[in-house]
Ligand binder design. Structure first.
Ligand SMILES: [Cu+2]
Length: 202
């Protein structure tokens, strides 16, 4: 674990203590304690999706706030839970939602970004070594251009997450994601982990 910033301990003593307790009681549901500080970056609300039966891929999400004066950039991620980990975005191409790899995710100074909310960004976990099951926690290493690397703990949640940016949709049909293409950072993801761009959206 690189959850070791003494600076964090100074600035956020309660959170730091809670996070340590949370790690000790992994999976005990202390979601609010999952907040990390790496120099000027604050990383919070990490979660990954439980994988579907027979699907070897899944995705992970988190929020990053850049408290610094200069932009940073998420350049890569990796996890012992997956053979490969890529940074992905999605777009609609001829009514078909497709995901594609991006080289980095920009983190402008003074701004927050939440993967999968109001955007289609996600960390793609590919060739999972074992199915991801709700309740377990996986490690994820994030590499930033300026701030460096940090290891975070990512709880795995059920695929259909209640109250998570649903906007009234939130059903995992997987065949209607083109419908969700605009502004629905969550529902649009359903089905993409099996394989987006597999043909027709309807
Ligand atoms: Cu993806």
């Amino acid at each position: 674990m690189s959850f070791s910033s003494t600076r964090l301990a100074h600035r956020l003593p309660r959170l730091a203590a809670a996070a340590l307790l949370g790690l000790a009681a992994a999976g005990a549901g202390l979601a609010q304690a999952q907040q990390y500080r790496l120099k000027e970056l604050e990383i919070s609300a990490p979660h990954a999706r439980a994988s579907r039966p027979g699907v070897p891929n899944s995705s992970a999400y988190f929020a990053v706030t850049n408290h610094g004066q200069q932009a940073d950039r998420l350049v890569s991620a990796s996890s012992p839970a997956a053979e490969r980990t890529e940074l992905h975005d999605m777009k609609i191409d001829n009514d078909v939602m497709r995901m594609f790899q991006v080289e980095g995710i920009e983190l402008p100074a003074g701004q927050s970004l939440t993967l999968g909310q109001g955007n289609k960004l996600h960390v793609m976990l590919m060739q999972l070594k074992q199915p991801l099951q709700a309740g377990q926690t996986i490690a994820l290493t994030l590499q930033f251009e300026k701030a460096g690397a940090i290891d975070i703990q990512v709880p795995v949640k059920e695929h259909k997450m209640g109250g998570h940016e649903h906007h009234g949709h939130g059903h995992g049909h997987g065949d209607d994601h083109a419908e969700h293409g605009k502004g629905h950072g969550h529902a649009g993801h359903d089905g993409h982990d099996s394989h987006a761009g597999h043909g027709k959206a309807h």
